[in-house]
Design a protein around this ligand. Structure first.
Ligand code: IPM
Ligand code: MG
Length: 363
């Protein structure tokens, strides 16, 4: 009998529902080709949660996620909800609690320049020629995002806003292990990012990562200050393979690495806890300016579904089939507007999804 997996489907706002529809088509194709079925339960999140259930992360949604093997997430936020106080806005009030409720401390953000897309990159062709493949491993449940105390105190111009950046040794160790294991499976190179020339948390970060590295003699570990890393990423991205970052540095550098690939619409991500449960989402956001127009690139959502198959559902072969299909259709110059190279007539969101489905079924 086919293995049955349960998925919480949280399309969210903006382009989320459109690109999610394409990822679900791809899962249908996987069911046809491989011995697996996906029981999908849809739930509200973000602005859709606020509009339909009064909260960006409704309790029913959390329950559905708890009852599932993985969460497939679209994107949240948009101008409609921008008037809300900051801590009720869809992004903060949905994503941050999901990360902390499920302990999703390990965020994997691959930035891959497919060789057929080197012309879509914002970098000079000689810098990206042949493509590149960087994996940002970002700590996601600690650091300045979550450490206490934080807040705004005082009155009027006397007000002071503050945040705290704390990392414990076990928090650093567990994310370092994730990064070393990833590096061991890839090129064997790991660069840990910090600001150890200024921040105490970074001094402990560097010391702890170096100590964990003793368990991985086959991985070559280097350290780099975050400002230098931001510069090196645009200067010579191919020097990097796996980057290990604390929460905020990873937030910033993963957007930078993403954009080097040419489009935020290509970037998948996985946020994992220690028991293989995860949330899988495109890194590009809800793109309200193009929502509903049928032009959004569904590849990031589809590759996020592939990461879900690989990391949470034990379906590595199906994940590889999706990745191969994406590379193949790009070689055939099937491209949405955001990545269309000169002379290529862009296809719609749905046409891109259909092309990937046909490619999976044909192989
Ligand atoms: C991301 C986003 C989030 C973050 C926001 C929306 C809370 O930028 O996933 O990178 O800062 O982590
Ligand atoms: Mg971000």
């Amino acid at each position: 009998m086919a293995r049955s997996c349960s998925i919480a489907v949280l399309p969210g706002d903006g382009i989320g529902p459109e690109v999610m529809a394409e990822a679900l088509k791809v899962l249908d194709a996987v069911e046809k080709k491989f011995d697996v079925t996906f029981a999908r339960t849809h739930a509200n999140v973000g602005g859709a949660g606020i509009d339909n259930e009064g909260k960006a992360l409704p309790d029913t949604t959390v329950d559905i996620c708890r009852a599932s093997d993985a969460i497939l997430f679209g994107s949240v936020g948009g101008p409609k909800w921008e008037f809300l106080p900051p801590d009720e806005q869809p992004e903060r009030a949905a994503l941050l609690p999901l990360r902390s409720i499920f302990g999703l401390y390990a965020n994997l953000r691959p930035a891959i320049v497919f060789s057929s897309l080197t012309r879509a990159s914002s970098l000079k062709e000689e810098v990206v020629s042949g493509g590149f493949d960087i994996l940002v491993v970002r700590e996601l449940t600690g650091g300045i995002y979550f450490s206490q105390p934080k807040g705004i105190e005082g009155e009027g111009r006397g007000r002071v806003g503050f945040d705290t950046l704390r990392y414990s040794v076990p928090e650093i160790e567990r994310i370092a292990h994730v990064a070393f294991r990833a590096a061991r499976e890839r090129s064997g190179k790991l660069c840990s990012i910090d600001k150890a020339n200024v921040l105490s948390s970074s001094v402990l970060w560097r010391e702890t990562v170096t100590a964990v590295g003793k368990d991985y003699p086959e991985v070559e570990l280097t350290h780099m200050y975050v400002d230098n890393a931001a510069m090196q990423l645009v200067r010579r991205p191919k020097q990097f393979d796996v980057l290990l970052c604390e929460n905020m540095f990873g937030d910033i550098l993963s957007d930078e690495a993403a954009m080097l690939t040419g489009s935020m619409g290509m970037l998948a991500s996985a946020s994992l806890n220690s028991s293989k449960f995860g949330l899988f989402e495109p890194a590009g956001g809800s793109a309200p300016d193009i929502a509903g127009k049928g032009v959004a690139n569904p590849i990031a959502q589809i590759l996020s579904a592939a990461m879900m198959l690989k990391y949470s559902l034990g379906q590595e072969q199906a994940a590889a089939a999706i990745e191969a299909a994406v590379a193949a259709i790009l070689d055939k110059k099937i491209m949405t507007r955001d990545i269309a190279t000169p002379g290529v007539k862009p296809v719609s969101t749905a046409a891109m999804g259909d092309a990937i489905v046909s490619e999976i079924l044909a192989n």
